[in-house]
Design a protein. Sequence first.
Length: 466
Amino acid sequence: MSTVSTVNGGISFWYADQGTPIPREHLPGDATADICIVGGGYTGLWTAYYLKKAVPFLNITVLEAKFCGYGASGRNGGWLYNGIAGRDRYAKLHGHEAAVRLQQAMNDTVDEVVRVAAEENIDADIHQGGVLEVAYTPAQLARLKDFHSVEIAFGEKDRVLRGARETGERINVTGAVGSTWTPHGARLHPVKLVKGLAATVEALGVTIHESTPVTEIKPKHAHTPYGTVRAPYILRCTEGFTANLKGQRRTWLPMNSSMIATEPLPRSVWDTIGWDGRETLGDMAHAYMYAQRTADDRIALGGRGVPYRYGSGTDNDGRTQPATIEALRDILVRLFPTTGAARIDHAWSGVLGVPRDWCATVTLDRSTGLGWAGGYVGSGVATTNLAARTLRDLIQQDSGQSGPTDLTTLPWVNHRVRRWEPEPFRWLGVHGMYAAYRTADRRELTSPRPGTDPIAKAADRLSGRH
């Protein structure tokens, strides 16, 4: 397999496929709005969409530092699925039934995104093939069975557990000993979705200013180098780039994730792999991978490279480390040996937002008008939509246009979490955690034991993930 000609960075393969947009005009000076949204990714654009649909006369301004979709919304793995970060913790804090309601809302959200894309004529290569998660070691199989049982307990009665033969009939993952599949998932092209959303909200009358970094958010004020936007509601929708805002360095940790995309694979390779259902594909490793079969028959596969940059730093236009490209290529070939001769056309990275307790949240502070949503921990393609509809309902409730709704009473609303540790402790902690997970994965690959490696269990406890 060749990586000599691999494009590294350039935002992502999805932008190489679509072309990098020319940014819209920056904020021309001080301005006012009814609602100011900071961040032009999925969260910000979905929020603008639902607010404008609910109240067409609202004056809504979106401020974006680069261009819409520059961050995780334009670099992710294209997994539109029903996972949400923190559900198990919310069950402990608020009770099982509250967490079941949250899970059902996420199940419905997958269909909602598909519905809106069709209604607004956004062609994002969406294919509802569900999500297949595989196990290829005894320890992974034990975790997979536990995971499957837990998901059913949270209301996924349509989830299916498959053995080795049935798994191979869906996708021929080398060494797979079992899998679990849910219909609540779809593959999509991330940039086609974010471009379509931006065009849609602009057509509805939302003002978008790109190349306009917000340096500080205060009640009723969003400060930029070009002027200040004043609005009763200021909504922070910045996910992995939240640390760039004044006073937010330790709010959410910008976790790095990296991806590769192969060249389009020939029919002979697909004959050996299968994957005709175009499910999104994941595994049960501790340092897990995620993949999709793209509309033009590539494999796009991602996972953790260098997990965190010191001081909550972010990448330079998506460049990733050569060692990460090699590691992801090794995973690809181990899972699908017939891809061994395929060219890796593109590699890139991006950051996702991780709260200290690994729980996604939606908040509106009614005393200040400040709101935020995020901390999706890599599950944001669908969760952003649910967060946006929840922000809409919270604002309508606060402004007296409606009362509480099913969404405003979900357990992730107004959840507060402590800040991350100062440096160098968070750098040491995150790198130590992923070193432990990789060690555990290597040990499990050669172990006949079904139990999770104790090193991974210790890392889970220390990180606060469980």
